[in-house]
Design a protein around this ligand. Structure first.
Ligand code: FAD
Length: 511
């Protein structure tokens, strides 16, 4: 490096602080006199304050940042997340009937040399177990409200794959602390103007408190305001509304009636007539929010949906309205500015893809970072990879909606072929005759693997007809034995693993 490189991150939400800490660690800021990283944020504007569910990738990120798992659990009121339970997505519920399925983080078990999935597909539909229950033990463990590991197991590992639920604002504070230990500087200030150079790159961001601030690389983490990438550089926003209809959320926190009550280790996602409601068990309260399409439901009706969900204590909560447009920017890196977090795009809360997109962006910035030469050298590649990642997430999220047999207008509109991305239509056609396979996807562009698709498809009663190829699957007996073993393993694990509440309390106390 022949001169100092400076990075100015505008925004101190999850995106800003995660980006700062990650880059500081990856680029060894503390021992690199030629690098400077500063976070600028405005406490008056504040952060979005939602986003409570993560992916298992967060374990690797926290570990990489050198954040202790038990401290993270204690300081962010975190709990373990073993997957998502989808309630009433398949059919409109009646007084006597409700449907549900589970999307676990564990991959399906394999036989010695083949997938169990075809053998499950060839079983008698009337008698077989639900897909997730048949191919993993995680369903049983989560249903029994057990944790994914024992307290004595090492940090970030355990017999079952897991992620976390956490309090979003507490996570920001924890990441800020870690970033500052890693050498990141912090300025409080509000950006009021952004000056461009003649070539269109950012020259300075102007703040009342600190005047004009310059940098070699500006990272826009200013949330939905997208002050730099949208406001100053005018990067167009590509709406995904023709595929994903939800654009509003009402969010609240509901304290537990009893401090030591049972604690879910799954996100519960319950469909309603024009969207769905998330229910996340944090250590001290449940985070609950209703997501809906404003074209299909007004705010007053959504408030009623939320109140009905919360039940008797609805008067005790004060929901906050959040509006968003599902979509993203195809140009997330322009000249000396790259957007990370909500400023780059947001699709909707389903499957919790906000933080995982931040993780993907920041690891790419770190690994492609030009220590010398033009700062925008990685821009084209970065934009291609992020665009593909957003598009692929749209495909996966849409799968949840387009297989529904619910009767309300929102759900019928979601099934209309014009609302289904072409790629998904092609895949669905192929999956009528074979299950999703790793060759359907290019891993570096995906946030979800082929088995994630299997869990949604078969949870939603999708039919893959293998009957005419039955002879190609000769290991039926071995597969049957494994199905039985999975049930027994599940029972044993449920008996041996601690309750989720006990696990969290014990780990938090050890921090
Ligand atoms: P913000 O938190 O909004 O931070 C923006 C920062 O920029 C703030 O510090 C603000 O002060 C600063 N700023 C803005 N303008 C200026 C200015 N002019 N000058 C100075 N500073 C400025 N993600 C998940 O992973 N899981 C989930 O379960 C999930 N659920 C969600 C539910 C909803 C309803 C929504 C809307 C989002 C959800 N997300 C979820 C996404 C998640 O909330 C975000 O990805 C994450 O919080 C990162 O936000 P951010 O840092 O980009 O923006």
């Amino acid at each position: 490096m022949d001169h100092k490189r400076s990075i100015l991150i505008v925004g101190g939400g999850t995106a800003g602080w995660l980006t700062a800490a990650y880059l500081a660690k990856f680029l060894d800021l503390a021992r690199n006199p030629a690098l400077e990283i500063t976070v600028l944020d405005s406490p008056d504007i504040g952060t979005i304050g939602v986003g409570e569910g993560a992916f298992p990738t967060m374990r690797t990120t926290l570990q990489f940042l050198g954040i202790d798992e038990s401290l993270f659990i204690r300081e962010t009121a975190a709990t373990f997340k073993q997957g998502i339970r989808f309630v009433d997505w398949l059919r409109t519920p009646s007084d006597s009937e409700s449907s549900h399925y589970f999307h676990p983080f564990e991959a399906p078990f394999y036989t010695e040399d083949a997938s169990l999935v075809p053998y499950w597909l060839l079983q008698d539909e009337r008698h077989r177990r639900p897909f997730a229950e048949a191919v993993t033990i995680q369903n049983q463990v989560a249903d029994a409200r057990r944790g994914p590991k024992r307290p004595e197991e090492g940090a970030f590992t355990g017999p079952l794959n897991y992620a976390y639920h956490f309090d979003a604002s507490k996570l920001g504070a924890m990441l800020a602390k870690r970033a500052s230990e890693l050498g990141v500087q912090h300025l409080n200030g509000r950006v009021t103007d952004i000056r461009l150079r003649q070539d269109g790159a950012i020259d300075t961001v102007t703040t009342v408190e600190h005047g004009g601030l310059s940098a070699d690389l500006f990272i826009d983490c200013s949330g939905f305001r997208a002050e730099l990438i949208g406001g100053a550089l005018g990067s167009p926003f590509k709406s995904a509304k023709r595929y994903l209809f939800t654009d509003r959320a009402l969010a609240c926190k509901l304290p537990y009636p009893k401090a030591d009550g049972p604690l879910e280790s799954v996100t519960v996602a319950t469909a309603h007539q024009a969207g769905w409601t998330w229910d996340i068990g944090l250590a001290g309260a449940r985070g609950i929010g209703t997501v809906y399409s404003s074209a299909h439901m007004d705010d007053a009706a959504a408030e009623q949906v939320l109140a009905r969900y919360v039940g008797a204590r609805a008067d005790a909560v004060s929901p906050r309205l959040i509006t968003f447009e599902p979509g993203y920017r195809e140009q997330q890196w322009i000249k000396n500015c790259v957007a990370v977090g909500l400023s780059a795009g947001f699709l909707e809360p389903l499957e919790s893809t906000g933080v995982v997109l931040i993780e993907a962006a920041v690891s790419m910035i770190a690994e492609l970072f030009p220590h010398n030469g033009p700062i925008d050298a990685p821009a084209k590649r970065f934009n291609t990879l992020m665009t593909a990642r957003f598009d692929n997430i749209i495909t996966f999220l849409k799968l949840h909606y387009c297989l529904s047999r619910r009767e309300e207008a929102f759900w019928r509109d979601n099934v209309a072929p014009t609302s289904i991305p072409e790629r998904l239509q092609e895949l669905l056609e192929q999956w009528r005759y074979r299950p999703p396979n790793r060759y359907d996807f290019i891993l570096d562009l995906e946030s979800f693997a082929f088995f994630n698709y299997q869990y949604i498809l078969y949870g939603m009663d999708f039919r893959t007809d293998l009957s005419s190829g039955r002879a190609d699957f000769p290991n039926a007996r071995a597969a049957e034995k494994l199905f039985q073993k999975i049930q027994l393993f599940g029972e044993r694990a449920t008996a041996e693993l601690p309750t989720h509440r006990a696990l969290i309390e014990q780990i938090a106390a050890s921090a």
